[in-house]
Design a protein around this ligand. Structure first.
Ligand SMILES: [Fe+2]
Length: 153
């Protein structure tokens, strides 16, 4: 069964930290709407949002999820949990494209939606992402233990 080595765990943790940093930046944009918006920051975020989220999702699905599936013998609900996380990835990827388009439109001074709607989009995205990362972190914690719970060496 696939193991999650320390290098891979470190990358998952760094990716989670990067996603939370992204959430903080998006919250900052939402807080500054509409009058104090930094158009350069909107363009910068728009350039990296979708590709960053896709890269991190791809790494988790290739490395983290197979390792978590090892726990299915002890935690039968793990299969459903992974299915749910995959669906959240798909939803967040679509959401990221919408947020990216909106940020680009603000960065280029041709807002595609009203500031209230832009704020609603941003908050929906980063609040969902924070919940997702927090849940994955709780799943990751037991992997840092030397043996799965209940397993005797
Ligand atoms: Fe994830």
């Amino acid at each position: 069964m696939p193991e999650l080595d320390n290098l891979a765990i470190g990358e998952v943790e760094r990716n989670h930290t990067a996603l939370l940093r992204l959430c903080d930046l998006l919250e900052g944009v939402a807080d500054r709407l509409p009058a104090n918006l930094d158009r350069g920051e909107c363009l910068h975020l728009a350039r990296s949002l979708t590709s960053m989220v896709a890269r991190i999702h791809g790494h988790e699905e290739a490395v983290l999820f197979p390792a978590l599936m090892r726990w299915r013998a002890l935690l039968p609900e793990m299969g459903e949990t992974i299915d749910r996380l995959r669906i959240e990835h798909q939803v967040d990827a679509c959401y990221a494209e919408d947020v990216e388009d909106m940020l680009r439109s603000y960065g280029e001074s041709r807002p595609s939606v009203a500031p209230e709607a832009a704020g609603f989009m941003l908050r929906g995205f980063f609040e969902g992402m924070r919940r997702h990362v927090a849940f994955e972190r709780t799943l990751l914690a037991p992997l840092l233990a030397p043996t799965p719970p209940g397993q005797v060496n």
